[in-house]
Write a protein that binds this ligand. Structure first.
Ligand SMILES: [Zn+2]
Length: 389
């Protein structure tokens, strides 16, 4: 079944992306859903779409008041009804059941004794845990109320739940899965797309060093066309040398790495985002939190140090539109480069030489084979990898 957008004025006419549609479908079937997807890909659209289709009373749990404010403004703009439990008359305002109503709370406010009777009177049917990795990052000591979210059904025995994160690790996913499976039995769905957007065409290309430069010039950096891409390399020295080499052959590029001053980095990023620089040659310092939506292609000029850094680099493309990613390698790279560990080197060799779907292979490396029920790019309705073409 394909779900078209029914709701968002800001996205009118645009279909849901495949991972959003699958998560909305699972919610409509009554499942509890865990969705791990990169920042900027539209995780909040999942519950907005669901609440638009099926009126519910929902609690949205968020770690920060500033994030909560953003969520409230978005939800109000979509004409959902915001509820304020501090207002003693709030329950009487809920007689209209045609529209979803919502409460945005931090875990501290959600579990605070003084709020319990009012939250119970709200009779929540759905709870959305935004930034679910905070349960594990902060729950142990910094903000212990986060860990109460792993006893959610003790508080709300019949509530449906949606857990969203961009950075849940495999270890934390295992813990979350164990909790949810013990609490919600057969009605659990996982949607895991971390790092690799469903909009990336992914290719692994066996080339020597000179052929890599030729490939760039022939396929990505045409003399007469404007482009926007990032070339990742594994060290600061290599990044600077490669940028120099490309500049000499007329490419509008600049290097970027963690050894630069804050001012230098800010200036390069600003020029890159404005289109003043077309190609950035970077270490993985260009990474998380840098939400540039217009990057057309990403090249890993040689294998990076680990699977995690590979995923992070690939995740820079395919955010707003279809993106292309190319991973260059040759046999000697596996002997001459430095890797995070021998284990990481072996994992990367397996990925680069695999004949199965690259997307599935990466997801299995990240989440474990048992978590990934897909086998082909078709299963994601995504852009294809080279092995699925
Ligand atoms: Zn594939």
């Amino acid at each position: 079944m394909t779900i078209q957008s029914v709701l968002l004025p800001s996205a009118k006419g645009t279909a849901l992306r495949p991972f959003q549609a699958r998560a909305v479908n699972a919610l409509l079937k009554g499942c509890n859903v865990v969705c791990v997807a990169p920042t900027g890909t539209g995780k909040s659209r999942i519950y907005q779409e669901y609440l638009g289709r099926k009126p519910k009373r929902a609690i949205i749990v968020t770690p920060l008041n500033s994030l909560g404010g953003q969520i409230e403004r978005q939800m109000c703009a979509l004409a959902f009804r915001q509820v304020d439990i501090r207002d003693s008359g709030f329950v009487t305002s809920l007689t209209d059941t045609e529209v979803s109503s919502f409460l945005v709370l931090t875990p501290e406010r959600l579990f605070h004794e003084a709020n319990q009777s009012r939250i119970a009177a709200f009779e929540p049917e759905l709870i959305i845990i935004d930034e679910a990795h905070c349960i594990f990052d902060w729950g142990k000591s910094f903000r212990p109320q986060f860990s109460e979210l792993l006893r959610l059904h003790d508080w709300f025995p019949t509530i449906q739940s949606l857990w969203l994160s961009a950075t849940l690790t495999r270890e934390n996913l295992v813990q979350l899965r164990a909790y949810l499976e013990s609490s919600f039995a057969n009605t659990l769905e996982f949607e895991l797309t971390l790092g690799i957007s469903d909009q990336i065409e992914l290719s692994f290309v066996n080339l020597n060093w000179q052929a890599r430069l030729n490939f760039l010039k022939n396929h990505l950096i045409g003399a007469n066309k404007k482009t926007c891409g990032i070339i990742f390399s594994s060290s600061r020295l290599k990044v600077e040398a490669l940028a120099q080499r490309l500049k000499l052959s007329g490419v509008n590029c600049q290097f970027f790495h963690a050894g630069m001053s804050i001012e230098e980095k800010a200036s390069v990023l600003k020029r890159f985002s404005s289109g003043d620089i077309e190609v950035l040659v970077s270490t993985v310092a260009f990474g998380m939190g840098m939400d540039f939506s217009g990057i057309e292609w990403v090249v890993l000029f040689e294998p990076l140090h680990s699977i995690a850094s590979t995923v992070q680099a690939l995740g820079r493309s395919g955010r707003a539109n279809i993106g292309r990613a190319f991973c260059f390698f040759e046999e000697s790279d596996w002997l001459s480069h430095r890797f995070e560990s021998e284990n990481e080197r072996c994992r990367l060799v397996r990925l680069y030489t695999s004949f199965q779907c690259r997307r599935v292979h990466l997801m299995r490396e990240l989440w474990g084979a048992e978590s990934v029920k897909y086998s082909h790019c078709r299963d994601f309705h995504s852009a294809f990898c080279d092995n699925c073409k």
